[in-house]
Design a protein around this ligand. Structure first.
Ligand code: PLP
Length: 414
């Protein structure tokens, strides 16, 4: 059931069990933010938390804060707090580094667990860093072969007894297609390989059940749906059954069993800390700590219900305007974002339309070659926001405002 008027949207907002969370966020006046899938909004409590860290913990307490303020333990403390959002258990998640770096660590770790198998599978349409890192790894390690599939649906054609590990995106960054984690993980395991899920567009966007699906490894970032801010640390999940034996290649001192023994040889920490490398971004970690406090109040089932309703409303309205939807309409096949395209348009049309929308305060983004992408974050978006965003879109299309030459000028970040 989809709203057909702004009044109906307002009624849905009034009945929304998540509506109280909106006040947790700083939302600029006049902005409808449909880009929380790329950089989440600022939680109010993060301002205080980061200010306290810089002014007091760093400014006054200086090096004592590594112990006193819990800086040293932050990666595992945050990992344990994040675990419930991922369907993981305490001790299986550590917050560290960037997603790109964590992809490298988990891929190399998985290869080592399957001696004799030298193929790595990735998706050709995946977020490019996943491709670049697999390419870099294959170029660094002797005899490693990279195989590409369009997406998980093509896996049966490439899985054989040479494949060590498969790297997959849970939600496609461009189209918003959601993969069946349980079925795909099972398929990979039946061929004797391990799986790494990239959760960048699903962590905080929908319920994730890593352990229920038997997943081996997962990675994801903190600055999209988790709202931890630009440059905040990412995370690694490693199933408990693997932790005792897994070895990752970036064996820096933070992953050592006794970092302050300053021994010349490396011995990994017995637990998930072995995925650490060197000093971690404490300011970004504190921002994640603050945003995870908001997440403690979120019912993930309610989040998913609202997310699907918001994306459904947006897709219906966009289709009424004659735009093409690339995101699957079946609820079980999509994440919390929508990809649109101009039917029979030039590739640059989508870019110009997104720029014209941003000019009116409706912020989405553009992904080459021709995708207009909009993220829907149920913690701070209302149904009326979705309605108003589609009204702005309708107006831009009707008046042709987007054809103004100024909207064709490309910025570095699209
Ligand atoms: C955003 C994103 C990344 C980002 O990687 P960083 O190392 O944080 O820059 C990686 N993978 C996917 C699928 C993403 O969407």
């Amino acid at each position: 059931m989809t709203a057909t008027s702004r009044n109906e949207c307002a009624a849905l907002d009034a009945a929304d069990p998540l509506s109280g969370l909106r006040t947790e966020f700083v939302l600029p006046e006049g902005v409808i933010y449909l880009d929380g899938n790329s950089l989440g909004a600022l939680p109010r409590r993060t301002l205080d938390r980061v200010h306290r860290l810089i002014e007091h913990e760093w400014g006054q307490r200086l090096i004592r804060s590594w112990n006193e303020a819990g800086w040293w333990d932050l990666p595992t403390v945050l990992g344990d707090r994040l675990a419930p959002l991922l369907g993981a258990s305490p001790g299986e998640v550590v917050v560290c580094d960037s997603t790109s770096v964590n992809i490298f660590k988990t891929l190399a770790a998985a290869l080592r667990m399957r001696p004799g198998r030298r193929a790595v599978v990735a998706e050709s349409g995946s977020f490019p860093t996943d491709l670049y890192i697999t390419e870099g790894l294959a170029g660094t390690l002797d005899g490693v072969e990279r195989r590409l599939v369009a997406d998980a649906r093509e896996l049966p054609g490439v899985l054989d007894d040479e494949v060590a590990v498969v790297l997959l995106n849970h939600v496609d960054y461009r189209t918003g297609r959601l993969q069946d984690m349980a079925a795909v993980t099972d398929l990979v395991h039946r061929h004797g390989a391990l799986v790494i899920w990239d959760l960048c567009h699903s962590a905080g966007a929908l319920p994730v059940e890593l352990n229920a699906c038997g997943v081996d490894f997962a990675v994801g970032c903190g600055y999209k749906y988790l709202n931890a801010g630009p440059g905040s640390p990412a995370f690694v999940f490693c199933a408990a059954r693997h932790i005792g034996s897994v070895r990752q290649p970036l064996s820096g001192w933070w992953g050592h069993a006794e970092p302050f023994a300053f021994e010349p040889g490396y011995a990994p920490d017995p637990g998930i800390r072995r995925f650490l490398t060197g000093s971690q971004p404490v300011v970004g970690g504190a921002a994640l700590a603050a945003s995870l406090e908001v997440w403690e109040r979120v019912d993930m089932a309610a989040l998913r219900t609202k997310s699907l309703a918001l994306t459904d409303l947006f897709m219906r309205r966009a289709e009424e305007l004659g735009l093409e939807t690339l995101t699957p309409r079946e609820p079980e096949r999509r994440g919390s974002q929508v990809a649109l395209r101009v039917r029979d348009g030039d590739p640059g049309d989508g870019y110009a339309i997104v720029q014209a929308l941003i000019d009116r305060g409706v912020i989405g983004d553009f992904r080459a070659p021709d995708v207009m992408r909009f993220g829907f974050t149920p913690l701070y978006l209302r149904y009326v926001d979705v309605w108003d965003a589609t009204e702005a879109l309708a107006d831009i299309l009707r008046t042709g405002a987007w054809r103004d030459g100024k909207y064709a000028v490309r910025n570095a970040v699209t």
